[in-house]
Design a protein around this ligand. Structure first.
Ligand code: IMP
Ligand code: MG
Length: 185
């Protein structure tokens, strides 16, 4: 349940902007140009992991100059402290048979690494032509499993962030920047 009831409550939770709209835009332009160059006109399937990646995917797709299909997956993690794998459930899957595609996964953040490690394993088992992971944010200090994105636009310290698709209790996804979340009441 969200305890935010007013604009004042909402603004109070935005502690500090750590990545501005302009910085995000510039990094995405560069990532899009790199992707366009890498695939050299070959069709790609850009896959967004919902919900967090919806803003990033939308901007990244428009920075890519290549024939490009869009797909979405929804992955939910169920973790206890003791079990470190096998706990990611795909609650919405791709429609495409990815054996015919160069797949580019767009993710909002790699935190413990557990979600993407398992999503990548699931997709690799379907034999795509190629697969790479592009993440907007990386929090390497929090990693619990061995996972590294192929491309990471920003590396951030270990604190909770909101905005640009990332939420806290479903709010703040619509902020146009990345901010540190204020954990104080
Ligand atoms: P994982 O721990 O790498 O499996 O990340 C799982 C998911 O947790 C990410 O895809 C995000 O949706 C969410 N997450 C991790 N860190 C943050 C954060 O700082 N802010 C908002 N969501 C986060
Ligand atoms: Mg996510």
């Amino acid at each position: 349940m969200n305890t935010i009831k007013s604009m004042d409550d909402f603004n109070h939770k935005i502690k500090k902007i750590i990545i501005t709209e302009e910085e995000i835009k510039a990094a995405i332009q560069k990532a899009g140009a790199d992707i366009s160059r890498l695939y050299d006109g070959n069709p790609i399937l850009l896959v967004g992991i919902l919900k967090g990646s919806f803003v990033f995917l939308s901007d990244l797709s428009r920075a890519v100059n290549a024939p490009c299909e869009i797909g979405f997956m929804c992955a939910k993690s169920y973790y206890s402290e003791t079990v470190s794998s096998g706990n990611v459930k795909i609650t919405m899957d791709l429609e495409q048979d990815i054996s015919k595609y160069h797949v580019v996964i767009a993710e909002d953040i790699v935190d413990t690494g557990r979600t993407l490690k398992e999503v990548v394993a699931i997709l690799k088992a379907r034999n795509p032509l190629s697969l790479q992971v592009v993440t907007l944010l990386d929090k390497p200090d929090r990693r619990l499993v061995d996972f590294k994105a192929d491309v990471s636009l920003f590396t951030i310290p270990d604190f909770f962030v909101i905005g640009y698709g990332l939420d806290c209790a479903e709010y703040f996804r619509n902020l146009p920047y990345i901010a540190e979340y204020n954990t104080e009441n």
